[in-house]
Write a protein that binds this ligand. Structure first.
Ligand code: AMP
Ligand code: ZN
Length: 133
């Protein structure tokens, strides 16, 4: 995609701290890190959201995220993938964040507004969504 910043990074038109590259995957350091080691793993296939990427182009992403997490060496880390503006997606090329969590202050902070489920409604939703998979 002509004006996609991550496609430009893949092509080398914009420089990056490249950590890994294969036929289908590219990984590099995030330049506005939440913690030291914060990296991004992306498919070379351009797509905005996870649902835009063909299955075969997704296969290698988690193994690469795992490699990076191992290389960073910490015990605590988050893998994050945002889809859509409301869900905090800023760059419109699918990317998985690998974010070390060395302490309470650094790394990903999460708001997790959990509520107790109404079991009847949960069952109704379950039947509905299960039928669509
Ligand atoms: P998201 O909010 O999930 O779309 O995250 C986009 C991420 O891309 C942010 O963490 C940015 O810091 C990162 N980012 C944007 N431009 C670059 C770049 N040129 N090189 C490395 N990381 C970038
Ligand atoms: Zn792109």
């Amino acid at each position: 995609m002509a004006d996609c910043i991550f496609c430009k990074i893949i092509k080398g038109a914009i420089p990056s701290f490249k950590l890994y590259e294969s036929e289908r995957v590219f990984a590099f350091l995030d330049i506005q890190p939440l913690s030291q080691g914060h990296a991004l793993v992306i498919p070379k296939h351009h797509g905005v959201k996870l649902t835009d990427i063909p299955d075969d182009q997704l296969e290698e992403l988690m193994p690469v995220a795992k490699k990076l997490a191992k290389a960073m060496g910490g015990d605590n880390y988050n893998i994050l993938q945002n889809n859509g503006r409301l869900a905090h997606q800023v760059v419109d090329h699918v990317h998985f964040h690998v974010i070390p969590k060395p302490d309470q202050e650094q790394g990903l902070g999460i708001s997790w507004p959990a509520k107790k489920a109404d079991m009847e409604k949960l069952k109704e939703y379950f039947n509905d969504v299960k039928a669509k998979i």
